[in-house]
Design a protein around this ligand. Structure first.
Ligand code: G6P
Length: 482
């Protein structure tokens, strides 16, 4: 039977060694969370890195790790610590990530990192080529593997290849600064279908293809030698029912409460007027975390009546802590939270509850269902699935989502309160509006958002992608037979 091969830098499960034990944890971030449901449904295999570098694996450990991976319908690409330093921490996260998120000041153009990126993309290609069989479809994910589609196409032109970018594609003016811009575009054009979260990213990509590669672009089709490549936008959804059903089960009186939920309840019971504002992100400079904390401080100063009445619950999930910008961000965040809590706290109130860790799924549901407002304000974000998860868990259709215009998700979530994350005034006005919003208005906004997210969930997203990929293939056949 034909299979679908998903390829991404990380596998959905991450393995680490603890003493003589192997620890298996789910991967964090939008890609892993979203694609997991697609992988679970389909008949296929997921290729990626296990989380352990090859130096840490003797042959005994290796077979144990591989057994765990195979059990989860996955296959590992072995990466050395040099690969991780130069391809992952280096080129992927000190070049492509900041550049594509418009952080030019953080972007490094380091030739040795570029060489490592090429080398590692070839390693991924080798595993894919050893796995793929006639009739299979390969679906390559994200910015760490931009060269992979062409590396596969060169050897197996018969294989259908899709590519999806989970982060923004920047405007031509940004992309053109990149020294190896033509090679990157060529890599992506190995795919038959190139997908983005929003129409804007698609437009930016097409404009770079036209101006840098000087290729013919007809609406959203690129003619490239004897092939036609289709480019389209597919806003990624979530596994809506999983979140909604978990929230329903959580709200059921008979369910045993977690320790976290008991703590949240104590706070709510103290004073019915008290409100929770929730923010959840990976600790990443694109998420605008320090800015959000400062904006919260400004809000408390602008509307002092909310002192002792609201609490910001901030969950930041550790990420890429070996990259210097992330280390700086961690200290800045710690300092800001400390300063603001020091400035405003009273005997009975701390304005910010700050968690730096990842939480299990049931605790996420505790947070989503207990929060009156979700404050999701990245300065730049490909999509942002947390905003969608919050909406899906509001089974009583109450609660307000405040969302940054700079998140891809904003394009489909007009009923949220959309703000410019650089404006403290926008923050303060939106928070005040959200905290005062009549229940009927909350309900009517939530209802529309929920209807849309339920209809266009992650399964539908993947189906649409595959349907378009199929159509692209038929297009190919017509071109070849002409
Ligand atoms: C974002 C990226 C993913 C990445 C995730 C976590 O969602 O689009 O490709 O996997 O962040 O980052 P990490 O560097 O830990 O894989």
């Amino acid at each position: 039977m034909n299979k679908t091969i998903i390829v991404s830098n990380r596998l959905p499960l991450q393995i680490s060694i603890e003493g003589d034990k192997l620890n298996v944890t789910p991967s964090v971030g939008g890609l892993a969370t979203g694609m997991k449901s697609v992988h679970a449904e389909g008949n296929g295999i997921w290729i990626g890195w296990s989380g352990i570098t090859s130096e840490d694996l003797d042959s005994d450990l290796k077979s144990k790790v591989n057994a765990k991976i195979e059990n989860a319908k996955c296959r590992a690409v072995e990466l050395s610590s040099d690969d991780i330093d130069d391809y992952y921490l280096g080129f992927s996260n000190r070049t492509l990530w900041p550049l594509f998120h418009y952080f030019l000041e953080y972007t490094e153009f380091e030739k040795s990192h570029w060489e490592a990126y090429k080398r590692v993309n070839k390693k991924f290609a080798e595993v894919v080529l050893n796995t793929v069989e006639e009739g299979d479809t390969v679906w390559v994910q994200d910015y760490q593997l931009l060269l992979l589609p062409q590396l596969i196409k060169d050897v197996r032109p018969d294989i259908t290849i899709g590519f999806f970018l989970h982060i923004p594609f920047p405007s031509y003016e940004i992309f053109r600064t990149f020294p190896w811009r033509e090679e990157l575009l060529t890599g992506m054009l190995g795919a038959d279908l190139v997908g983005f979260h929003t129409y804007d990213y698609e437009r930016h990509f097409l404009s770079s293809v036209k101006r840098i590669m000087r290729l013919e672009v007809n609406f959203n089709e690129i003619t490239y030698y004897d092939r036609i490549i289709k480019v389209d936008s597919f806003p990624m959804g979530i596994d809506y029912n999983k979140f909604h059903d978990a929230a329903l089960a959580h709200n059921n009186q008979n369910t045993e409460k977690s320790e976290l939920q008991k703590r949240l309840d104590t706070h709510i019971n103290e004073d019915n007027d008290k409100k929770f504002i929730l923010s959840i992100d990976r600790l990443d400079y694109t998420k605008g975390i320090p800015n959000r904390i400062r904006a919260f401080e400004n809000f408390l100063n602008t509307y002092p009546e909310y002192k002792e009445k609201v609490r910001l619950i901030m969950l930041t999930v550790p990420s890429r802590s070996n990259v210097p910008q992330y280390q700086k961000l961690k200290s800045e965040t710690d300092e800001l939270v400390g300063r603001i809590n020091g400035e405003f706290s009273t005997v009975s109130w701390t304005p910010i509850w700050y968690f730096y860790r990842s939480l299990p799924f049931n605790n996420l549901i505790d947070l989503y269902t207990s929060s009156d407002v979700a404050l999701i304000t990245p300065v730049r974000d490909g999509m942002n699935l947390v905003a969608k998860e919050y909406v899906a868990t509001r089974t009583n259709q109450d609660g307000v989502l405040i969302l940054s215009e700079m998140a891809g998700a904003a394009k489909e979530m007009n009923e949220a309160l959309l703000i410019n994350p650089n404006s403290f005034e926008d923050f303060a006005t939106a928070l005040n509006k959200a905290l005062k919003m009549p229940l009927e208005e909350q309900n009517s906004r939530m209802k529309i958002l929920q209807k849309r997210l339920k209809r266009y969930d992650v399964e539908k997203w993947a189906k649409e992608f595959f349907k378009t990929l199929d159509e692209t293939n038929q297009l190919q056949e017509v071109v070849i037979s002409k």
